[in-house]
Design a protein around this ligand. Structure first.
Ligand code: ATP
Length: 235
C-alpha cells in the first residue's frame, strides 16, 4: 500500500503539488488524471525522488519514500517509467530487459524473470534479438514496462504510456496492464491525459487540478460523474 499525505512540491515560485493526500492499494490500478499542468508528472517524480518535496510524507509499506536516496529507490520496490520510452536503441530487446534486472533486490523469490516478462508480452519474446531502435512505438512501450518489471517492483509508476500511440495499440497495452495487475497483485499509478481509456482499466481514479487533489473515487463512479468529467477530464 502506498500512502501519500499532504504532499507539496514547488519549482521556484510555481507550486506544482499542493497538499496532496491519497492511498493506492496493492493489486489495483490508480489512474492519476487532470489537465495539462495539473501536477501529474510532478507527483510521480516526487514519489521516485527526482523532485524534492517541500512538505508531506509518502510511505510504501514500511519504507519512507521521501527519505530514500534516488539510487536506492528501485530496491525499495518502486519502478518509475517516465514519459518518452527511454530504451537503449543500440541494444537488443533482451539486453534492454536484462538491464532492468540489475536493479532487482538480491535474494528472495523472483516474480518477473525474463521468461515471465516475455510470457506477459509475447512480442518481446518474438523480437528478443532485434535492436530496440527498430521497434514500433507500442513495442517500445511494452519494452520499458517489461524492463521495469524485471526490477521486481511492488509499485509501478507509469507516465503517459499512451502518448503518441494509435488507439488500437493503446487498447492492447492497457489490456495487458490490466491482466498484469490482476495476475500479480502489483500496484500501478497510471498518469494519463487519455482519461477515458485509463478509467476503463483503473480501479480508482484521482483527479488533480492546479496541484491540488480534487477527488479520489472508484473509477466507475468517476466515469458516471458527468459534471466532474466535463470540468476536469475533457470527455
Ligand atoms: P502534462 O499533462 O502537461 O504533462 P502535468 O499534470 O504532468 O502536465 P506537471 O508536468 O507536473 O503537470 O507540471 C505542473 C506544473 O509545474 C506546471 O505549471 C508546470 O509548468 C510546472 N513545472 C513542471 N516542471 C517544471 C520545471 N522543471 N520547472 C519549472 N516549472 C515546472
Amino acid at each position: 500500500m502506498l500512502q501519500v499525505r499532504d504532499l507539496s512540491a514547488s519549482y521556484g515560485a510555481v507550486k506544482a503539488l499542493d497538499g496532496v493526500s491519497f492511498d493506492a492499494a496493492d493489486g489495483q490500478i490508480t489512474a492519476v488524471l487532470g489537465a495539462n499542468g495539473a501536477g501529474k508528472t510532478t507527483l510521480l517524480r516526487t514519489l521516485s525522488g527526482l523532485v524534492r518535496p517541500t512538505s508531506g510524507t509518502a510511505q510504501l509499506g514500511s519504507t519512507d519514500l521521501l527519505r530514500t536516496p534516488v539510487e536506492e529507490m528501485t530496491r525499495t520496490g518502486l519502478a518509475h517509467v517516465p514519459e518518452g520510452r527511454g530504451v537503449i536503441t543500440e541494444l537488443t530487446v533482451e539486453e534492454n530487459l536484462r538491464l532492468g534486472a540489475l536493479g532487482a533486490p538480491t535474494g528472495g523469490e523472483r516474480r518477473f524473470d525474463l521468461d515471465r516478462v516475455t510470457e506477459l508480452f509475447p512480442v518481446l519474446g518474438q523480437r528478443r534479438n532485434q535492436v530496440a531502435d527498430t521497434l514500433s512505438g507500442g513495442e517500445r512501450q511494452m519494452l520499458v514496462i517489461g524492463r521495469a518489471l524485471l526490477a521486481e517492483p511492488r509499485i509501478l509508476l507509469l507516465d503517459e504510456p499512451s502518448l503518441g500511440l494509435a488507439p488500437r495499440v493503446v487498447a492492447q497495452i492497457f489490456a495487458l496492464l490490466r491482466d498484469l495487475v490482476s495476475s500479480t497483485g502489483l500496484s500501478v499509478l497510471l498518469v494519463e491525459q487519455n482519461a477515458r481509456s485509463a478509467l476503463g482499466i483503473a480501479d480508482v481514479g484521482i483527479v488533480l487540478n492546479l496541484g491540488r487533489l480534487v477527488v479520489q473515487q472508484a473509477a466507475d463512479t468517476l466515469v458516471d460523474d458527468e459534471q466532474l468529467r466535463h470540468a476536469y477530464l475533457g470527455f
